[in-house]
Each structure stands twice: as structure tokens, then as C-alpha cells.
Design a protein around this ligand. Sequence first.
Ligand code: PHE
Length: 451
Amino acid sequence: MSAVRGEFSSRFGFIMAAAGSAVGLGNIWGFPTQTASNGGAAFLVAYLVLAFFLAYPALMAELMIGRHGQANAVSSLQKISNKPWQKHFAFAVGFGGILCAGFILSFYAIVAGWMLSATAEPIATLVGANTASTWLSEQSLTRNIIFTMIFIVLTVAIISRGVENGIEKWSKRLMPALLGILFALIAYVMTQDGAMEGLKAYLVPDFSSIFDAKLLVSALGQAFFSLSLGTSVMIIYGSYISKKENLVSLGAYVTLIDVFIAFVAGLLIIPAMYVAQAQGVEIFSATTGKLLSEDTLVFQVLPALFDGMGEVGLFVGFSFFALMSIAALTSSISMLEAPVSYTVERFGMKRVQATWLIGALIAIVSITIVCNLSSLFGLVITLTTKVAQPLLGLMCCIFVGWIWYRGSLLKAIQEGNPEVHNTLFWKIWPWYTKFVCPLAIGMVFLHSLLS
Ligand code: PHE
């Protein structure tokens, strides 16, 4: 194990870094796309309920495990295990999470690459390089490979420098800028034809579809994906939090920021879809009424919106996609940190070497997906975010509820929060993670298998 572990230098630094991990493409690409393809407002309602009532308690479980363990996910889970079988189980869950983080990064880098090329496109248009601008805006194998690789190299470059220099510094600057531009764009969209229809689709739920199995599994997966759960990422971030901090409120801040940004992104993208449609862009199929292209939806809808703004649109488009690329980076660095911190602590490898080695492995998987986009992309997303993340998150709840001795758990949570045993949180959360979370997550899966 390395002698000195990195630690976040301040409370604000941690919140920004953990929120930086949570807020990313999941909020601005994943959430609106899922909302649009799962019936609008009904999905929003399911998402909000699942995020607060299942994902937040699971986030607390992961942060607690990490801060108590002060190590990578495998060692942290093993520290609270008492019997040999529990230690094996700990390895399976911790290592499974690390693998899951690696696979998520491999598809995430592709979407982030699309963000990077969408950032470069307005610059090409501005300087009159029309061929380049067309190349940047159209799907092609070469373009996808180049930008995916650029994104992976950026992620590796940051992570090889460690916690304080890399993760924290980047995360602190981003959030205010991102929110600012989102609000400005929402104000603009609302002035356009079609926006009100979109707003209605986003905010007025059709309650009859809320218990639809596909909708529930997607909303659960989206909530876990958005809070970076089941990937060992939050265990590791937990391990970098000082024992002086109050974890209960830190976790609540991170959840609130994450859900809020997803909600706000929906306020932009869903109305923007209807605006684009009013302008003649084909969004829904004329025959089936289904979304035409889910994965590339935002890359169709937003540029159409920016085009309508004239010259200013170039600057707006550039700023928006640049911010999105940075948001993607603060998430991708957390994904890469999962396997890297494990390799450094378990095998004593140097951070820089470990980072480049794992980065190379992930690049190979990414390129394989890029080359087989139609068959692999959706499959990897479904397996990681809709299956592995909720199940591994559920396992972490089982660790906290069934394996960790209650007295030791209380001591761990009292650090930085000495009065916690008198709070509502301590009265509810332990039994909640023990019974309600595993049962509820299990039921969503069962429901989807049965239907
Ligand atoms: N939560 C991130 C997002 O919304 C994605 C992520 C998933 C990050 C898993 C880390 C681990 O974009």
C-alpha cells in the first residue's frame, strides 16, 4: 500500500469532486435521452423517487465503506468482512465494481469523443473550414476513433497526477459555469415555437405508465449511473474524505446537486427536441412515433437550436459542448481512479505506470466498441448501467446492513458527526439499507424478468 494516501483538501473540494463524478454525460446526455424514450414526465417521476429513496441510501453505504476502509474498494470491503466467505464476497463485489467502472469508461469515452468533436465543429465553421466542419459533425469511424482516443489520453493525463492536483482542481471550476450556461439556454429555448409542448411532455406525467417494467429498470439504472454507484468509485472517493467531515450531509449535497442538474438538463433538452421538430428536424418516427436516434439525440437537437441563433450560435455551441466535455472528464477521471488505485495499492505499481497501462486496456475495449457500434454500444451500456450497477450497489447495501457490525458502523459514521445516533438518519438508514434497498432493487429486477 502506498505510504501517504491522497485526501481532499477541503469539504468544498470533496463535494465538487464527488459531484464532478456524479454530474456528467449521465445528466445531460443519458437522462434526457432516457426521459424522451420512456414517456417523458412518467420517467422523471420514477427517476426522482428512485434517486432519493434508493440511490441516496446506497451512495451513503458506499461512502461509509470507503471512509472506514481508507483504501481501494476491495480492501475497504474486506475490512468490514468477518468470515472467510465474506472476504471472498468482498473481493467479488469490489473487483466487479472496478471492472464495471472500466467498461463504463470504454463506452463513456466514445460519447465524450462526440462532445469533443461537437466542440471543435463551431471553430471549424467560424474559420471557414467547411470540409472539416462537415467531417466533425457527421458520424464516421475515423472521427470516432480519433476523438475517443483524445478523450482517453486526457483522462489518463489527469489521473496520473493524483487526487489533489488532478481531480480536485478540475472539479471545482466546472459546476457554476455549467449551470450558468444551462439556465441561459433554457431561457432562450422557452422563447421558441414548440417549447411549451415539450415542457408539457416533460412535466405532466401519464401515471398509467409509471409501473411499466422497462421504465422502472431504466430509471433505476439511470439513478445508479448518475450517482456513479456500483462501480467502487464512491467507495474510493469516500476513502479520500477526512474523518472530520459529516458524511450524511456530504452525501445529501452530492445527491441534490446531481439530481438538480439532471432535472435542469431535461428542462433544456426535452423542449429543445420539440423546438427542433417544429423547425422541421425529424425527431420522432412518422409511423411509430418512437424516437429516431436515441444515442445521438442531443447531437441532433442542440446543434439545430444553435444554428437558429445565427453567428452567436457558434459561440454558444462551442461553450456548451466544451463545458460538457469537461463535465465528462470529471466523471471519467473518477472511473479510471477505480482500477488505478486498486492496482497501485494491491500490486505496489507506480501511479503513472498503472494509469497508462489501464488506460491502454480501456482504449482497446473502446476501439472494439467503436468498430462494432451497432452491436456492442447498446449492449455494453445495458449490461453495465442497467444490470451491474444496481446489483453491485445492492451488494454494498448488503455489506452495510448484514455484514458490518452495527456498533462499528455507528462509530464510523459518528466520526465528523458525533450526534448522529440521535438523528432521524440513524433511526432509519441502517434498517432501510438492510431490508428496503435490497428488496426494492430485487423487485424491480424481478418485475422486469417477469414481464
Ligand atoms: N455519474 C456519471 C455521469 O452521470 C457517470 C459515472 C458512472 C461516473 C459510473 C463514475 C462511475 O455521467
